[in-house]
Ligand binder design. Structure first.
Ligand SMILES: [Zn+2]
Length: 471
């Protein structure tokens, strides 16, 4: 008798457990399910799941599997259908000057130093204020979200304003306080910018998990060795990473040799500049020995092919950097030297540029470039454990790309299409930290009409001032 009671109790338990198990799809709903004809995970095995889905709850990826597996286990408050859709990690733009969208096309077809010293720096001193940065950054965030970028590493002025915009629009960003030894829009010189930058970093550390405040010393020709050392010391004291332009142009290399008797990266190494997390933008002209330094010191490199081509800075030795084990990501640089923020174009150009430079079509294949725009970039900027691939436990930064345009017909290989065919306009939905920023091409966190009007108004003012000056 006792035995029968036990069996009944056991059966009851099983029945109850069954009711509470996650496969009871009617019970507690998770936040979001994102479906896709292909789920391009960018995990270490380059796993692609056909007819799959990603389950998201509380900002985190909680499951990835086939459509059937995910729907058996979960039901969600919102589901994004996956017909003709590819789901992949959001793109990581490792180097930008977001607010420079407002200087898009202001001075084209010039040499880097001429462009910088005679056009960009004066225009910035004249026009850039907090309002300019707010509008320019918001315009940039709209463009980046529209194109599937979910994270960017920015370097510009008024970092508090940039952080406010990012806070509101829902993207993820590492935002630099620019340190430069000249009068800039938000500081009088290196000491002033370092002091203000430190205060900004203290204000934003721990405030929003999507925003990492960092230092952005401009370059080794726009700061002295002492100022660069002081910036690294401040960064170490605050536990903040650094983003900086490195070995971008022959000018920088020559200047470094003339001033310090060594090339740019050797100089940085000689002053202990790589003692903490460093994101090096450009790195067009490293020597073999310097590539070894970057690998050993775990310096993340951000390749900006469009900007490097447009300003004719040179061709960065990306295949050599990758071979040496350097983590390499991609960036757009500012819209004044690009002139857009299209990471799909960066992928394509990165690949083609290496192929033609080495006269070898096998170098930098599509899969490698796609890694650079996702997990490779995330690792290069120090966020590889949190974002960059679709894996359980990672933050839910992902995008849905429509594969229903005429240029997707036919599709034999999804990765090939993502790199060699896709445009920004193919991105339909964008999710950061589990929140939808764009749904079926509708911007949800930025008022497109307002920002267009504000950007147009400020551009008219700049245009008027430029015409007056040129008269
Ligand atoms: Zn730059």
């Amino acid at each position: 008798m006792k035995h029968t009671t036990e069996i009944i109790a056991l059966l009851l338990c099983i029945a109850l457990l069954g009711a509470c198990a996650p496969d009871a799809a009617t019970d507690e709903k998770i936040d979001l399910i994102v479906e896709g004809k292909s789920i391009v995970t960018m995990d270490e095995h380059d796993t692609i799941i056909e007819n799959g889905a990603v389950a998201v709850d509380d900002g985190v990826i909680i499951a990835i599997g086939t459509h059937a597996e995910i729907h058996e286990q979960y039901s969600a408050v919102e589901t994004l259908g996956g017909d003709n859709r590819v789901v992949m990690p959001g793109l990581v733009n490792g180097h930008s000057h977001a607010a420079m969208t407002l200087l898009r096309g202001i001075a084209d077809d010039l040499e880097l130093m001429d462009w910088l010293i005679n056009y960009i720096f004066p225009a910035e001193v004249e026009f850039v204020d907090a309002e300019f940065v707010r509008i320019g950054t918001e315009l940039a965030c709209w463009e980046m979200i529209r194109g599937g970028t979910t994270t960017f590493v920015d370097m510009y002025y008024y970092p508090d304003v940039i952080a406010d915009v990012v806070d509101r629009c829902g993207m993820r960003a590492m935002i630099s306080a620019t340190i430069i030894d000249q009068r800039s829009p938000d500081a009088e010189g290196a000491d002033d910018s370092l002091q203000k930058g430190s205060a900004y970093i203290k204000r934003w550390q721990g405030r929003n998990s999507r925003i990492t405040p960092i230092f952005g010393p401009h370059a080794n020709f726009s700061l002295t060795a002492d100022q660069l050392r002081a910036t690294r010391e401040a960064a170490t004291a605050l536990g903040a990473p650094i983003s900086i332009h490195v070995a971008e142009s022959p000018f920088e290399i020559q200047n470094s040799i003339d001033t310090y008797g060594m090339t740019s990266i050797e100089f940085f190494e000689s002053i202990g500049f790589f003692d903490g997390p460093t994101i090096a933008a450009h790195v067009v002209w490293p020597t073999e020995a310097e590539i070894a330094i970057l690998a050993e010191r775990n310096v993340g490199v951000i390749h900006n092919p469009t900007s490097n081509m447009k300003i004719a800075s040179g061709i960065a030795p990306i295949t050599d950097l990758l071979k040496a084990g350097v983590h390499v990501g991609l960036g757009t640089d500012g819209a004044a030297s690009n002139n857009d923020l299209d990471m799909w174009e960066e992928m394509r150009l990165a690949s083609f540029l290496q192929k033609v430079e080495q006269m070898d079509p096998k170098v930098l294949p599509a899969g490698t470039v796609l890694r650079m725009a996702t997990i490779g970039g995330a690792t290069a900027i120090g966020l590889g454990n949190d974002i960059g691939s679709l894996e359980v436990g990672k933050r839910a930064d992902l995008i849905q790309v429509a594969f229903d345009d005429v240029h997707h017909v036919p599709t034999y290989n999804v990765v090939s299409h993502l790199v060699y065919v896709n445009d920004e306009q193919d991105v339909v939905s964008v999710i950061v930290d589990g929140k939808l920023l764009m749904r079926e091409r509708e911007m949800l966190t930025i008022d497109t009409k307002r920002i267009t009007a504000e950007a147009t108004a400020i551009a008219a003012k700049i245009q008027g001032a430029l015409e007056k000056r040129n008269r």
